[in-house]
Design a protein around this ligand. Sequence first.
Ligand SMILES: Nc1ncnc2c1ncn2[C@@H]1O[C@H](COP(=O)(O)OP(=O)(O)OP(=O)(O)O)[C@@H](O)[C@H]1O
Length: 371
Amino acid sequence: MNATQPIKKPVVQLKGLCKSFDGKEIISNFDLEINNGEFLTILGPSGCGKTTVLRLIAGLEDADDGQIIIDEQDVTAIPAEQRHVNTVFQSYALFPHMTVFDNVAFGLRMQKVAESEIEPRVMEALRMVQLEKFAPRKPHQLSGGQQQRVAIARAVVNKPKVLLLDESLSALDYKLRKQMQMELKQLQRKLGITFIFVTHDQEEALSMSDRIIVMKAGDVVQDGSPREIYEEPSNLFVARFIGEINVFDADVVSRIDEQRITATIEGRECQVYCKLDVKAGDHVKVLLRPEDLRIEEIEAADSGNGIIGYVRERNYKGMTLDSVLELESGMSVMVSEFFNEDDPDVDHSLDQKVAITWVESWEVVLPDEEA
Ligand SMILES: Nc1ncnc2c1ncn2[C@@H]1O[C@H](COP(=O)(O)OP(=O)(O)OP(=O)(O)O)[C@@H](O)[C@H]1O
């Protein structure tokens, strides 16, 4: 089997999982299937239950109800050390008095693997994370990123079916974190092991995962590819949690065809793409990311579509010019314009009157319900 193209079958199945702490239900009737070789990220705000799900899979918490199946075996009642999963924690949890080699060898020695087999396996794991030269060192002689890699080598050395990573990169500084994100993704592809990664960092989730589940108060509120989660959020909670987004109130005027409706946004009639079953007079939300919006000089504005606003802030961000506009209703709108060959000097004056438009069909229309 080619490790980069694993067969799509569930390696972890959670069925109707329930878990309470101190009488408070944290996870209730939780279902999830994770495919073999998948890089799945569980994303959600602090306290939504991400770590609890991970600890239940690892066997570090007992489920009150439901079933956990790993590699077709029901492991619900099986202790952590007998499950084919390993966990990499945020704190690395390396043994400070042991060398890097001994840290990585620890699990194999516990399993009574023959010493002659341990040496090549440890060195292979260290080679994978580019640390073979560091085998004789102690953890305190390594940088944070190197310690993290040792923790990963230790977790993959006994070739688990599933690797659980709990906020594993959050102790690293920004640059190292970016580098480790890439390395981790490459390692996962190379090994073909299923990775279940927990984070509250949406950027990290988007850049690393094959699939993301977004959790809110113990429930999965969206399950999809990074692109689906970002471009087609299925509810306001996900839309607001992932990246910046402008949420406009809109009133449906009429349906144009199967795909489009006319709606009033900020007092202007606009055509918007809308798959919802709506009728005239319904309230909806129209969502647009800052980078979906365009600022047009007022003379050049298409008066049919443009929403009038005033530039209140301009922030140069290197790749983009980010502006905050105040609309006539008082609503603030964020716009992010890329510098490119066509418009290398894009800029606006403060308090300039402008019109905002957007690329047709990039808007997302959702029912008018609070997140
Ligand atoms: N052992 C425990 N005893 C009591 N309450 C707990 C225990 N473990 C978790 N909780 C509670 O369960 C809820 C979910 O916690 P969990 O750690 O799963 O959230 P999380 O989404 O991983 O959050 P974070 O991103 O902050 O780590 C929280 O309210 C937490 O206080």
